[in-house]
Design a protein around this ligand. Structure first.
Ligand code: AMP
Length: 378
């Protein structure tokens, strides 16, 4: 029996522990807050990322350590890697923590990106606005997620406000991409190099936060093999072990790399019920050196994210082939507190189910783009 240590005690750690229990795995979670929601299902070590006494004890008690949170300081990951096995490796974590290093890697493996420039001063920003054009997005190189640490520039008059909003932190300026759609590859690589992907997922965001996912992404066969090849090259380049997500924009039929998440990802939550092996189970299999499980899709899945507060569970519980996930968190604006996954044999059945559930939940707006995509591909 193995004990898996998880750095970060949010919903991803919680779902990892729930996926590992049938395999006989034990978990130990590190978080600085006492009410970390993973602590409801696994023992918690309460420590911050610089508490090396607590982390030394943690390293002794686990067989392998992994992440629920990608912004664990790279130095902490390196320090831990000298004391226990850490997957993904600290170098892979460091690259995906830095938007500049990440986009540079994408280009090196042949994945096109939005035009971007490194910004270290107000003068850099002014120059880059001239080169890249507007609209554009200024993003901090580090510590950004769910649209945090970002400022959208519409005119040159926004330069000062953008620079101040990000507090003068090292950043990148990116061209704003009027994309047709957003896709993600959720993939897993084992210790022996075995590589698998779940089908491409189509995603919709609201205020920079994932609102809904549909898998398999409709009409994506032509893009899938290319997207999977990019994901594989990135994973091999980083000697990556575990599950990760590669977020892509589709613009005029071409793929552009936005970012990668070095962990299980919200756009892969549908795999819990929508695939024979979930992203969580395969992540655990990968980091423990076990064979990977089947990643094909069982029909069509839609995931709806609950942000800020949960709607009533009853319409989901009353629906066949619908699954409710409450992360056990208290409500707060912008916070991911749960999700629901709906399953169906095909797009037509899904459209009916989704319309019915969304109406009962009062979530028609959230479901509307997913319904439109299902109807367009019917
Ligand atoms: P990120 O944190 O970089 O994933 O950004 C969150 C969301 O903001 C993305 O999923 C997109 O919906 C949007 N976004 C980010 N970068 C761009 C861009 N360069 N052009 C258009 N939309 C973007």
């Amino acid at each position: 029996m193995q004990t898996i240590g998880v750095l970060g005690g949010g919903q991803l750690a919680r779902m990892l522990a729930l996926a590992g229990a049938p395999l006989g795995m034990r978990f130990l979670v590190v978080d600085s807050v006492a009410d970390a929601c993973a602590a409801q299902v696994a023992p918690l070590v309460r420590a911050d990322w610089r508490d090396f006494d607590a982390l030394a004890d943690f390293a002794q008690r686990v067989d392998v350590a992994t992440f629920d949170f990608e912004n664990v300081p790279a130095e902490t990951a390196q320090w831990l890697a000298q004391r226990t096995q850490v997957f993904p490796n600290p170098h892979a974590l460091a690259i995906s923590q830095d938007r500049l290093a990440e986009k540079t890697l994408f280009q090196r493996v042949g994945l096109e990106t939005p035009a971007f420039a490194a910004i270290d001063s107000r003068e850099d920003l002014l120059r880059a606005v001239g080169e890249i054009g507007l609209p554009a997005i200024l993003k901090t190189r580090r510590l950004g997620y769910d649209g945090k640490g970002q400022f959208r520039l519409k005119s040159v008059a926004d330069v000062d406000a953008a620079w101040q909003a990000l507090g003068g932190a090292p950043s990148i300026l990116e061209a704003f991409v009027p994309f047709e759609r957003e896709l993600s590859v959720v993939a897993v690589r084992a210790r022996d190099g075995q590589f698998r992907t779940w089908p491409l997922t189509q995603n919709w965001h609201a205020d920079g936060i994932l609102a809904a996912s549909l898998a398999p992404a409709p009409d994506s066969a032509a893009l899938a093999s290319l997207a999977f090849a990019h994901a594989r090259r990135i994973a091999e380049e980083l000697d990556y072990v575990g599950t990760f997500a590669l977020e892509l924009f589709v613009r005029e039929g071409r793929l552009l790399g936005n970012e990668m998440a070095p962990r299980v990802h919200n756009s892969g939550h549908w795999t819990i019920e929508g695939a024979p092996t979930s992203q969580f189970e395969n992540h655990l299999r990968a980091v423990c050196g076990l064979p990977l499980g089947d990643t094909t899709a069982l029909g069509v899945s839609v995931m709806l994210n609950w942000i800020g507060e949960l709607p009533s569970a009853l319409p989901v519980l009353a629906e066949p082939r619908a699954h409710w996930h409450d992360y056990g968190k208290s409500p707060r604006a912008g916070r991911k507190v749960g999700h629901a996954t709906l399953r169906a044999d095909d797009g037509a059945e899904m459209a009916q189910r989704l319309a019915r559930v969304a109406r009962a939940l009062g979530r028609e707006l959230q479901a509307a783009p997913v319904l439109a995509a299902l109807q367009a591909s019917a």
